[in-house]
Design a protein around this ligand. Structure first.
Ligand code: A2H
Length: 257
């Protein structure tokens, strides 16, 4: 990985009803928080990913502890040192929710800011790392080959859905949304690359690396927004503006690691 700190947009996906059983009795709003380097792609969110076997935690955020975030304990500690908790450097976990497996909250309905889908669902992704970001990944299959490959796996494999208690309605209606145009690649960059390289699953590491290297650099410098407030603008310019808008509307925070 690179040297020095990386700045992310911490996007807040609000847990909707019915909430997972383990959250019974909690009154405060609960957010699954995803670290992304691409805030301008949030228009294209179709779901959220968790690793079924990674340990997550629920912890209080803000001086008034009015909100609850879900992420890895490691990310909670980082947030505590970024002045996001009541007491600097200290994490207050929700009692009984210090540690639980991703599998316990899969299938949760969520509100994803800027997405054209009113509600999206928490789905399993087996390539999520526990030592990066929050362990929660928001999914933009139009522009991320990893996200698309994992969604395609779930669409194609009913046993995979069943294994994690994911019902058809949480997966099958969700299609990649055209949000960015990249010259010579098109309006659905990841879909194009996944087809071109014949990527069949989220486990095809080398092919996915290749797809990403082809899409990202060009997307960053030549991509143009197709939707939203900054339609027509280069993605490189829209990125900072959309990050700032999401922070202003309290739908995201800045997060560094
Ligand atoms: B990105 P970097 Cl559209 N495990 O957000 C695996 N992947 C993770 C992760 C984890 N624990 N935490 C974050 N990520 C993903 C959007 C996106 C992203 C698009 C295109 C590319 C892209 C939608 N998913 O990332 O290693 C998140 O996915 C390309 C690398 O810190 C996050 O941004 O550079 C990115 O990886 C952070 O990866």
């Amino acid at each position: 990985e690179g040297v020095g700190p990386q700045e992310y947009t911490l996007v807040k996906l609000k847990a909707l009803e019915p909430k997972p059983k383990i959250f019974d009795g909690i009154q405060k709003p609960i957010y699954f928080v995803a670290a992304t380097l691409r805030p301008e792609t949030m228009y294209g969110q179709t779901n959220c990913y968790l690793h079924p076997d990674i340990s997550y935690s629920a912890f209080y955020i803000g001086a008034d502890e009015a909100q609850i975030f879900v992420g890895t304990a490691r990310s909670a500690r980082n947030m505590a040192f970024q002045d996001m908790t009541k007491e600097f450097g200290k994490v207050n976990f929700v009692k009984g929710l210090e540690s639980f497996k991703g599998s316990e909250i899969l299938g949760a309905p969520l509100m994803a800011p800027l997405s054209s889908y009113e509600r999206v669902f928490a789905l399993p992704m087996l390539t999520i790392k526990d030592d990066k970001g929050t362990g929660v990944v928001t999914s933009v299959p139009s522009d991320s080959p990893d996200d698309l490959a994992a969604l395609n796996d779930l669409k194609k494999k009913k046993p995979l859905r069943e294994k994690y208690g994911i019902t058809d309605d949480m997966v099958l209606p969700f299609e990649p949304i055209p949000i960015i145009n990249i010259p010579d690649i098109g309006d659905l960059a990841a879909v194009h690359m996944v087809q071109l390289l014949k990527i069949e699953s989220q486990n095809e590491k080398d092919k996915l690396e290749e797809a990403k290297s082809r899409v990202y650099l060009k997307g960053f410098y030549e991509g143009k927004m197709l939707v939203g407030k900054y339609k027509g603008m280069l993605t490189a310019d829209a990125k900072k503006l959309i990050h700032a808008d999401l922070v202003d509307s309290k739908e995201a925070m800045k997060y560094v690691e």
